[in-house]
Design a protein around this ligand. Structure first.
Ligand code: 5GP
Length: 187
């Protein structure tokens, strides 16, 4: 039977692995509101283009922009994900291009989680082929101990340990993205 259900579950069992609550819906929403307000303040008088990295960032992106009170535009990149595994393949593929013209625009990249930093450094290189007026990165989660690439994350929701998490956009073999809370693989 499929174990996935709403964000109020105490534990999630997938095969012989157990995921336990790490961040509640309330904690996430409170922090996302703060980030949205900070972005609104930092970009007042500007019209930023907020670019979500699919698939993982879709819920964070939606909640973040609902808390951005200035005008903004939105677009999405889609990158290949971990596939069905819990570890990165070490490769990134671009699966969807941007539609927006970002030359001379203030760009904010929105990620679900920064692990090694490979995906963000890939996006930074892509951005360098355009001429944005500025570029900042927002990530709901960052695993500082896992960083292997020299990337700067300007807006960080939460710093977490080197642990595998799921929920609130983050998948396990493409499932569990619709959970409202974030769960961590129990040791
Ligand atoms: P990076 O390129 O920084 O190594 O990894 C970033 C991407 O890997 C994220 O956008 C996400 O898709 C995936 N990822 C990294 N850590 C986790 C994790 O703990 N859980 C899930 N579900 N995905 C992760």
């Amino acid at each position: 039977m499929d174990e996935m259900r709403d964000g109020t579950r105490d534990v999630i069992k997938i095969g012989n692995e157990t995921f336990v609550p790490m961040l509640t819906e309330e904690q996430i929403q409170k922090r996302v509101k703060e980030l949205g307000e900070q972005i609104s303040e930092d970009y007042r008088g500007k019209l930023p283009v907020i670019i979500g990295i699919l698939n993982g960032s879709f819920l964070f992106m939606a909640d973040l922009v609902k808390n951005v009170s200035i005008n903004c535009e939105m677009d999405f990149y889609k990158l290949s994900s971990y596939g069905d595994e819990k570890i990165s393949s070490g490769n990134v593929k671009l699966l969807k291009e941007l539609n927006a013209d970002i030359n001379d625009r203030h760009v904010i990249i929105v990620e679900d989680i920064v692990d090694t930093g490979l995906s963000i450094s890939y996006i930074e290189k892509l951005m360098a082929t355009f001429s944005p007026a500025s570029m900042k990165v927002a990530s709901l989660l960052v695993k500082p101990k896992c960083l292997k690439y020299d990337v700067k994350i300007d807006y960080i929701g939460f710093e977490i340990e080197d642990q595998f998490v799921l929920g609130y956009g983050l998948d396990y073999a493409q499932k569990y993205r619709n959970l409202r809370s974030i769960y961590v693989l129990s040791e």
